[in-house]
Design a protein around this ligand. Structure first.
Ligand code: GUN
Length: 290
C-alpha cells in the first residue's frame, strides 16, 4: 500500500509557485493577489479561509480577507463582489461557501467575473472544463488529478466510481476523470444518495473517489483488492482528547480499507492540502492571464 501524501506534494507545488512568483517580481511584475470573501463566523469556514490566506503569504502572494457580517444583505454582498470585479489589483477571489441561508448562492456565484473565478464555480468555467477547454478548474478535483498524476497512477480504461454529486467535488471530478486526457480516459460511474446498492459498483471499481461527507462510509468489504481509494471527506467529529475539541474524519474507514488498497489518501494530509495548493495555482494562472 502506498500512501498518497498530499501534504508532501502540496509543499512541493507551493515551492514551485514561490519560484514563479519570485520570477514575476524579479522582472518587475506585480505580485499575484488573491482575495477571499467570508460571510459570517462559521468555524470550519474561518479555519479554511485562514489557511488559504496563510498559504498566500508562504508563496509570496498578496492576500486580502473581506470578512462580512453574517446579516449582510444580498445587495450589499453583490456590491462587494462588484468592487472586486472592478479592482485591477486583484487577480482572483473566492467567495467561501456555504453562504448564510438568506443569500442566494447561485446568484452570487453568477456575479463573479469568470476571469477572476479562481474557484472555478462560475458556469462559464464549469462549462469550459466539461468540454476539456482551458479554464479554472475547482481546486479539490484539480488537487485529486494532480495527486494521481504526480504518483503516476494509470487511469486510462480503468473503472472509476465517484461517490457524491456535489458541484464542488463529485460532479467535476467525474467529468475530469472521463475527459480525454492524462490523467483521465477513465470509465466513470457516479453514484449518490439515491443509488441502490452502492457496494455493487464500488466492488468492481479500480479507482474510488469518495466525496459524500459521511465519516467512515467506505468499508473494506465494499472494495476489491488493489483498488485506489481517494478520500475527500473532512467531517469534524467531537473529540475531547484533542486541544481543538474535535478531530477530522474522512469518508473512508481507513484502518480496515488500508490493508486491501494499492494507493490511499490519508485524512488529514491527503486531498485537503492539495486543494489549497490548487487555489494558489489558479491564482497564479489568473495573474499570468491578466
Ligand atoms: N467550501 C467548501 N469548499 C470550498 C471551496 O473549495 N471553495 C469555497 N469558496 N468554498 C468552499
Amino acid at each position: 500500500m502506498v500512501l498518497l501524501d498530499g501534504k508532501f506534494i502540496s509543499e512541493k507545488i507551493k515551492e514551485e509557485i514561490k519560484i514563479e512568483v519570485q520570477n514575476i517580481k524579479n522582472r518587475g511584475g506585480r505580485t499575484p493577489h488573491l482575495a477571499a470573501v467570508l460571510v459570517g463566523n462559521d468555524g470550519a469556514s474561518l479555519t479554511y479561509v485562514g489557511s488559504k490566506v496563510r498559504s498566500c503569504e508562504k508563496v509570496g502572494f498578496e492576500s486580502t480577507l473581506i470578512h462580512l457580517d453574517e446579516n449582510i444583505s444580498e445587495d450589499n454582498l453583490i456590491s462587494e463582489i462588484n468592487k472586486l470585479n472592478d479592482n485591477d489589483q486583484i487577480d482572483g477571489y473566492i467567495v467561501q461557501l456555504p453562504l448564510p441561508k438568506h443569500i442566494n448562492e447561485e446568484k452570487i456565484l453568477m456575479m463573479v467575473n469568470p476571469k477572476k473565478d479562481v474557484d472555478g464555480f462560475h458556469p462559464f468555467n464549469f462549462g469550459k472544463m466539461a468540454q476539456n477547454m482551458d479554464s479554472f478548474i475547482p481546486a479539490t478535483p484539480q488537487g485529486i488529478i494532480e495527486l494521481i498524476d504526480r504518483y503516476d497512477i494509470d487511469t486510462e480504461g480503468k473503472n472509476t466510481v465517484v461517490i457524491g454529486r456535489s458541484n464542488i467535488v463529485g460532479r467535476p471530478i467525474s467529468i475530469l476523470m472521463s475527459n480525454k486526457s492524462k490523467p483521465g480516459n477513465s470509465t466513470v460511474t457516479l453514484v449518490h444518495s439515491r443509488t441502490p446498492d452502492i457496494p455493487s459498483f464500488t466492488k468492481k471499481a479500480d479507482i474510488i473517489i469518495v466525496a459524500l461527507g459521511i465519516p467512515n462510509f467506505l468499508k473494506s468489504d465494499m472494495i476489491k483488492q488493489g483498488s485506489v481509494v481517494i478520500d475527500v471527506g473532512i467531517t469534524r467529529v467531537a473529540d475531547k482528547t484533542k486541544n481543538k475539541g474535535y478531530r477530522i474524519v474522512g469518508d473512508v474507514d481507513f484502518e480496515s480499507v488500508k490493508t486491501k488498497v494499492s494507493y490511499i489518501t490519508p485524512v488529514p494530509g491527503g486531498v485537503g492540502p492539495m486543494t489549497i495548493a490548487m487555489l494558489l495555482k489558479n491564482t497564479l494562472k489568473a495573474r499570468i492571464n491578466n
